[in-house]
Ligand binder design. Sequence first.
Ligand code: THU
Length: 139
Amino acid sequence: MVSKKQKYRQLAQIAGEAKKQAYAPYSDFRVGAALLTKDGRVFTGCNIENSSYSLTICAERTAAFKAVSEGARDFVAIAIASDEKGFTPPCGACRQVLLDLAGNVDFVMTNSKNELKIVKLKSLLPKAFTPTNLKLNRR
Ligand code: THU
């Protein structure tokens, strides 16, 4: 039996691998993400920047959009990796997008010592705008 911690450690490692594909010539801040589905599939993403800066997309959203575009709808956790010493939290835009698409998943942050910090996505976005505000009952 693989423990949750072991599973998330593996997910964090995959996020670290995905980081290698990051296209970040403007910020030089490379990020990788790995999104785990309930049936055990993993969708990866990296940040992809643009010379028109605001068109940049974060690693987490790349992973989420890849997953949804391939039919995945049920998620368990997302891991994020960067080159920073400390834990890199998800940006506000990614919190919102993930909450809508992935729900209250575990958010797994890593640091350079390979330690994990696991938080529930909802705790990162209190009083969030959700589909229920549109009177939709998606999650
Ligand atoms: N970035 C991510 O990929 N994910 C985050 O949650 C935070 C920020 C990227 C966007 C940009 O390419 C670079 O990091 C610096 O902000």
